[in-house]
Structures are given as C-alpha cells and as structure tokens.
Design a protein around this ligand. Structure first.
Ligand code: ADP
Length: 174
C-alpha cells in the first residue's frame, strides 16, 4: 500500500464505544432501534438520547447509512450502517456491504468529520465470512481515501484476536 494511504488507516483491538473520534460506525439493523452485539453496546454507552433520535429516522435500508449525535459516547457522532445478512453470497451481499463503507464515508465527508472508526460490519450475528468482509472493507476505504483528502484517519476496530489478525493480513496484502 502507498505510504500516505497506509498512514491514514489503522487497525486496533477493543471496544469501539471507548473511542474518541468524530464518528463511530454502528453495525445497525434496518429498524435503527438497537439490537445485540456492537449495536447493543453502542446504545448502552450512548444512553437513551440515541434511540430517541434514531426513532425519528424511520429506519434505513440495507447497504445505506444515517448519522446521529453521539450522546454520552466519547465519539461526537454515530453513523448507523446496515450491513447485509449473509445468505450464501448470491444475494448481493458483497455490494451491500461495500455500500455500508462507501455511504458511511460519504456521510462523514458531508458532515466535515475527519476521524471515523468502523467495526467489522456483518461479521457477527449476520455471519458474513470474515476474510471476505475484511477485503471489502479495506478495498472500499482505500478507494475512498484515494479520492478524498478530507478524512484524516479511518480506524478498523476489531473485537477478538481472529478479527484483528484477519485485518492485519488483508492490509498487509493490500
Ligand atoms: P452484525 O449483526 O452486523 O454481524 P455484530 O454486532 O453481531 O453485527 O458483529 C459485528 C462485529 O462487531 C463483530 O466482529 C463483533 O465481534 C464486533 N463487536 C461486538 N461488540 C463490539 C464492540 N463493543 N466494539 C467493537 N466491535 C464489536
């Protein structure tokens, strides 16, 4: 990977709700009203103001994203991206997952945000194969950053050793 691009992408381990960035991305569902996994953790840490704002958004289609405030989180905003459920790979899952990354980054730019952290969208309960998802995430972020100078840092937040190693490997090969 080109050095300047590599400097703008980071992989870290841990809990995304702890990060003090302009926006953390939530792996949300189409209702945007909360759920399990990272979604539950974000809503718990943000407090009830988040679900109140989410209620006004009237949901979000798969592959798209919507932005809210961060409430009690250290992050200023939450970008709620709806990843696809894995149904074997022939239901547009790859393009929909790519859409989550593209649309989240687009929202970040529109809102003048400079630092954004992503979890491994769809790789938990939604069962998207991890390495395939990581390749899509890295490719979409790299393509976007090549076209856009305003975002300073994208952080892939990995929860678990397996995910961390997979992102390291995919990034090393990119
Ligand atoms: P999905 O329904 O999109 O699959 P999940 O929340 O089940 O979403 O999982 C997405 C990824 O987020 C998984 O890799 C999971 O381990 C990870 N994850 C869960 N909790 C956190 C957290 N607090 N911070 C960062 N990542 C998390």
């Amino acid at each position: 990977m080109q050095q300047d691009l590599a400097n703008r992408i980071e992989v870290t381990k841990g809990d995304i709700t702890r990060l003090k960035v302009d926006a953390i991305v939530n792996a949300a569902n189409t209702s945007l009203l909360g759920g399990g996994g990272v979604d539950g953790a974000i809503h718990r840490a943000a407090g009830p103001g988040l679900v109140e704002e989410c209620r006004k958004l009237q949901g979000c289609p798969t592959g798209h994203a919507k932005i809210t405030g961060g409430y009690n989180l250290p992050a200023k905003h939450v970008i709620h991206a709806v990843g696809p459920v894995w149904h074997g790979g022939h239901h547009n899952e790859g393009a929909l997952l790519a859409g989550c990354y593209k649309n989240s980054l687009k929202l970040a730019v529109e809102n003048h945000l400079k630092t954004i952290a992503f979890p491994a969208i769809s790789t938990g309960v939604y069962a998207f194969p991890l390495e395939r998802a990581a390749r899509i995430a890295v490719r979409e972020v790299q393509d976007f950053l090549r076209q856009n100078d305003s975002i300073e840092k994208v952080i892939f937040v990995t929860f678990g050793e397996d995910t961390y190693r997979t992102y390291q490997k995919v990034l090393a090969e990119a």
